[in-house]
Design a protein around this ligand. Structure first.
Ligand code: NIG
Ligand code: FE
Length: 412
């Protein structure tokens, strides 16, 4: 099956196969071809170039992209979209003055979602979650990482990971699974942290590894959640099963967790709403990528990750949604990109790099996703008519996506 896209006003994010992420000043460059064509063969990008060099070939479908920009679909490297019910009442509680911490302290928050999830069947959880997956695909996401972490029991965590596996089997979107048993301490382990970590390491992890249900391991490294030492235990245990770490860290407090994550060769450190100079030093010359989640900052009114400070220090940065019921009930990467430009002072070029090639790196798939490269997956967004790609973050909140193609299949 061959598809030819013609007359593309601008084809963005053209990269050599050797580029797996971009850092520092490189993030300001978004290589492109004006007046371009692109050919898809089955699920891959087969060819692209200047329209004047477009080969005359027989194709099954031709799409005229006059006045439109084409770029790689979003790579959302941090979500929790497999959850049960929602937390709308906590949303209203926060409007009425309670903080995220106060809600969590009275049994709400993650424990509230865990209770609902453990009462929900695997079939029902799948049905609820697939709606969110279909929604993000419509919004242009072509690859997504999904975490467990709302089970906090052996059965609950495995239930989530099985749902993630089933979603991956049934949809064309690339899905990476992360085991986040260390998301919070269940009430019965409130005063027995090592007991719960033992359960994660000795019970959950072997079962998850045996069923091959996870690609990565995560922990919420934060005051009141998992200490740096406890997070290190989790990272070390994951490593034994070949699970590299992607860690929630520096969301509310800087507790020197980033240094530990780098030491343990974490693939990514996510959140970083608070960042110290020591954290930045730790990340320099490492392979660990920081991931910012601006929709979370927006929704719970916490500081935005200091993107300028990180990028100007020469670091790479990825952008993701954090789609979850508590801090970010939205999986819209278009909003993330716009908010990064508006609130974090990232240029549109930097934001698109962060949401495509760097997002792919943060979930370990930049050899197949995140750029317009011959041989990579044909995961594309075709915009509506725009004057330039700057219009995408500029008209924040508008739907400027005309077509979404995932692995060669037209989704929208
Ligand atoms: O990434 N910070 C930890 N975990 C999620 C929120 C969890 C929740 O409130 O349900 C996050 O923001
Ligand atoms: Fe998260």
């Amino acid at each position: 099956m061959k598809t030819l896209i013609t007359n593309i006003q601008e084809l963005l994010q053209i990269r050599d196969a050797s580029i797996n992420k971009v850092s520092g000043v490189e993030m300001k460059q978004l290589p492109s071809i004006k007046n371009a064509y692109l050919i898809i063969e089955d699920d891959r990008i087969a060819d692209f170039g200047k329209m004047k060099n477009c080969p005359v070939i027989k194709v099954d479908i031709t799409i005229d992209a006059s006045g439109k920009v084409v770029f790689p679909s979003w790579c959302d490297s941090h979500t929790h979209i497999v959850y049960a019910g929602n937390r709308v009442f906590e949303f209203v509680d926060r409007i009425n003055g309670l903080s995220y911490e106060e809600i969590a302290n009275r049994g709400g928050g993650i424990l509230n979602s865990a209770k609902k999830l453990n009462e929900t069947s695997e079939e029902d959880l799948y049905e609820q979650s697939k709606v969110r997956l279909e929604q993000i695909m419509q919004q242009g996401t072509g690859a997504v990482e999904i975490k467990s972490g709302y089970g906090l029991t052996v059965a609950g965590e495995i239930k989530i990971l099985r749902v993630i596996k089933k979603l991956a089997e049934n949809y064309p979107i690339k899905i990476k699974a992360t085991f986040l048993g260390a998301h919070a301490f269940p009430a019965e382990y409130k005063d027995n942290h090592s007991g719960y970590i033992d359960l994660i390491i000795n019970d959950m992890l072997p079962k998850i590894a045996k069923e091959n249900l996870a690609d990565y391991i995560d922990a919420f490294c934060e005051t009141g959640y998992f200490s740096v030492k406890e997070t290190e235990r989790i990272m070390e245990a994951g490593k034994k099963y070949g699970l590299q770490a992607k860690i929630h860290v520096n969301q509310f407090n800087a507790i020197n967790g980033i240094n530990a994550c780098v030491k343990h060769n974490a693939l990514s450190v996510d959140h970083l709403e608070v960042v110290t100079d020591e954290d930045i030093e730790a990340l320099k010359n490492s392979d660990t990528i920081p991931v910012a989640l601006p929709s979370c900052s927006y929704f719970i009114s916490i500081p935005y990750t200091p993107a300028r400070k990180l990028i100007d220090a020469g670091l790479p940065l990825a952008l993701a949604t954090d789609f979850n019921p508590g801090t970010t009930p939205s999986g819209n990467m278009n909003f993330v990109v716009a908010t990064a430009c508006i609130k974090m002072k990232m240029t549109p070029e930097e934001a698109i790099n962060a949401a495509t090639i760097n997002g792919a790196y943060a979930m370990g798939i930049s050899d197949t996703h995140g750029s317009i490269t011959i041989g990579k997956k044909a995961n594309l967004i075709i915009s509506k008519g725009v004057s330039s790609f700057y219009q995408l973050p500029y008209e924040f909140g508008s739907d400027l996506i005309d077509t979404v193609i995932i692995e060669g299949i037209r989704i929208k």
